[in-house]
Write a protein that binds this ligand. Structure first.
Ligand SMILES: *Cc1c(COP(=O)(O)O)cnc(C)c1O
Length: 397
């Protein structure tokens, strides 16, 4: 069986370093925040080229505190993509504000900048671009719109540790930016974890207060906050793993390039992003719906392939075919956020965000993690091709 991710393989490759780091925390009993967390915060800020990194106990907490620290409160609206992990919108809601959805770009899968202005009202305070699957959203037009409407840009970089936008690391470009260190992310802790990254000293100070009961000084509480502190063991593990992040991202990129090479002739995508846009919607049934759409790296981006996501009109059948061939896959995500039961009160209906809905019905994530072997990538690709082949020949009969 080829797993979707293999965290044990990664542990084996860093066991000595990571065991030693965890041992140090246990010896010192610095279980909450403490030296290891501070060292990681400094190292991650430096890696990103940002002034401040504040560790928290999940990516969801990071988004909530970033939203709050940017001054967003009850009655305010925050723009979020309709196709993202639920937590992006959820954290806007738990911060007391209302998420307002924006449809996705058909090629990059990230928020469509041309759809943003129509969603802005006098209550809009912030935009959260999500660097979905590890590829940056197109940030320059987003910054331009935000500046004109006086909005904060909050990057959700939970899937994009080390990803670049026009040569700069994402997650350090907005006013307040969010990371998750959920174990399966490109930089993953051994438990829950997250961080807010910013160049704004006041935002950093507010996040630090909010994560620890509104307190900078023991038993003095300046504001009502939360217990969203990062654990010492997670800081120690993240510090070890950060040193390997660029190498692991390179391996992911190499696997993606190999997938692309092996799957190109089973796909309806040839080369340029322009072609993809055309094939993304409408051209899908050219080959009786069996053709694949492969991920495209945009000219402005350096994709770090948190997920390698293909599209097929026969997604469910393809997923079953791969499972039968011993290949584990995932769907990210099967229901767009505006159609989630939790947001029924917002009154959205199918058809409101056609691209997000189109993608939700078609996306399939193939196995992707640094420790994949060349042979595994070839077996996955062969299994995908055997599906495309059987569908194509069936259509010809
Ligand atoms: C994982 C993720 C989150 C939430 O992070 P947690 O650490 O699981 O709370 C938020 N946004 C996106 C896009 C994510 O992928």
């Amino acid at each position: 069986m080829i797993p979707f991710v293999d965290l044990q393989a990664q542990y084996r490759s860093i066991k000595r370093e990571v065991d030693e780091a965890i041992g140090r925390v246990v010896e010192s009993a610095a279980f909450i925040l403490g030296r290891e967390v501070e060292a990681f915060e400094a190292a991650f800020a430096e890696y990103l080229g940002a002034r401040f990194c504040v560790g928290v106990n999940s990516g969801t907490a990071a988004v909530q505190l970033a939203v709050t620290a940017c001054g967003v409160t009850a009655g305010d609206e925050v723009l979020v993509p309709a196709n993202t992990f639920f937590a992006t919108a959820e954290a806007v809601s738990t911060a007391g504000a209302t998420p307002v959805f924006v449809d996705a770009d058909p090629v990059s899968y990230t928020i469509d900048p041309t759809k943003i202005e129509a969603a802005i009202t006098e209550r809009t305070r912030a935009i959260i671009p999500v660097h979905l699957y590890g590829q940056s959203a197109d940030l320059d037009p987003i910054f331009e719109i935000a500046a004109r409407h006086n909005l904060s840009v909050i990057e959700d970089a939970a899937q994009a540790h080390g990803s670049l936008y026009k040569g700069r690391r994402v997650g350090a470009l907005g006013r307040a930016n969010c990371f998750s260190f959920y174990p399966g992310k490109n930089l993953g802790a051994y438990g829950e974890g997250g961080a807010v990254v910013t160049d704004d000293a006041e935002v950093a100070r507010r996040v630090r207060l909010l994560r620890d009961h509104g307190s900078e000084q023991k038993y003095r509480h300046d504001i009502i906050g939360y217990n969203f502190r990062l654990e010492g063991i997670q800081g120690a593990v993240l510090n070890v793993k950060l040193k390997h992040l660029d190498h692991w991202n390179e391996l992911r990129r190499a696997h993606a390039a190999r997938y692309h090479e092996l799957l190109s002739d089973a796909s309806n995508v040839e080369g340029s992003a322009g072609d993809v846009e055309e094939s993304g919607v409408g051209k899908g049934d050219r080959d009786s719906g069996s053709a694949l759409t492969l991920p495209q790296e945009l000219p402005y981006a350096r994709h770090i392939y948190h997920l390698y996501v293909v599209q097929s009109d026969e997604r469910d059948a393809l997923q079953q075919h791969l499972a039968a061939a011993g290949v584990q896959t995932g769907v990210h995500y099967p229901v767009p956020v505006h159609l989630q039961p939790a947001y029924a009160s917002l009154g959205h209906r199918a058809g409101d965000f056609p691209q997000a809905e189109h993608q939700a019905a078609r996306v399939l994530s193939l196995p992707m993690f640094p420790e994949l072997t060349g042979a595994q990538v070839e077996r996955v690709a062969a299994a995908v091709r055997s599906f495309a082949g059987s569908q194509l020949s069936a259509a010809r009969v």
